[in-house]
Design a protein around this ligand. Structure first.
Ligand code: SAH
Length: 246
């Protein structure tokens, strides 16, 4: 039903939670499950808790890093109980997130990323996301079980899909006007970092400056065409750098 919407579970500790998440997904029409470095998988507990969703567990792909799991996606939303103070755009409400993901998923893959039972997602993993979302809950105890978080956000996605306007949220735009994949955006940021260092703007790798610029471009949501314009600009600046610094 929602083939372009991927659910990514990062380093799940209890295999039962993988099965329960698969079941939550299937009830909401989601089928693409990717597991980043799970502690135990495959595992009988995962199959048992999947109930009628063993097919999703069997088809789940296992990868080593979050980067690998979401490289081809144009929007990647990290779910966390508490929003980090990272300068990353966040959706205030799950239904706004769901509409945005369903809209992008009409043409390109997107992902919703869930963290570990014990300590959620690391800051580096959140940085690989384009947005954050949190499920509004009791301020005194607002942390849901992993599979229940998948259920709630999956329900919002299903609802957004069910209520989508007949012609989609807006007519399908040509490829160059759509959002770049995380991998394309990653190449741009690597290129930018290289030019900043080689031009002497940064004398050494400076993660904070790079993170601030990443956040700036994340907010701007450049299209593929705008991104190639920026890559062209960087390439032309590079040509003015001394030989060996390009
Ligand atoms: N102890 C962890 C929470 C882990 S719960 C922490 O403090 O971060 C496992 C995962 O479920 C989280 O990483 C997140 O992806 C999801 N989750 C749990 N509660 C959530 C909430 N209120 N909003 C969004 N995601 C939530």
């Amino acid at each position: 039903m929602l083939p372009n919407i991927r659910i990514v579970l990062v380093q799940t500790f209890h295999p039962g939670n993988i099965g329960a998440s698969a079941r939550a997904m299937k009830t909401m029409g989601l089928t693409d499950l990717v597991l980043v470095n799970p502690r135990r998988f495959p595992d009988p507990d995962a199959t048992r808790l999947a109930a009628g969703a063993e097919d999703l567990v069997e088809r789940a792909r296992v990868v080593a890093t979050l980067e690998e799991a979401v490289g081809d996606c144009v929007q990647v939303v990290g779910a966390s109980a508490r929003l980090r103070s990272l300068p990353l755009p966040h959706f205030d409400e799950p239904d706004t997130m769901a509409r945005a993901l369903v809209e992008h998923a009409a043409a390109d893959p997107v992902a919703l990323v869930f963290g570990r039972e014990r300590f959620g997602l690391t800051n580096d993993e959140i940085r690989l996301c384009s947005h954050q979302v949190s499920i509004p809950a009791n301020p005194e105890y607002g942390i849901l079980n992993l599979a229940q978080a998948v259920q709630v956000l999956g329900y919002e996605l299903f609802k957004a899909w069910r209520h989508r306007p007949e012609s989609g949220y807006h007519p399908l735009r040509p490829e160059q006007e759509r959002a770049p994949s995380r991998e394309q955006l990653g190449h741009f940021h690597d290129h930018l970092a290289r030019v900043m260092r080689h031009s002497g703007f940064l004398t050494q790798p400076h993660a904070q400056t790079e993170a601030q610029l990443q956040a700036l471009f994340a907010r701007a949501e450049p299209s593929r065409k705008e991104l190639s314009l920026l890559r062209g600009l960087l390439a032309s600046l590079e040509r003015h750098l001394p030989e060996g610094k390009r």
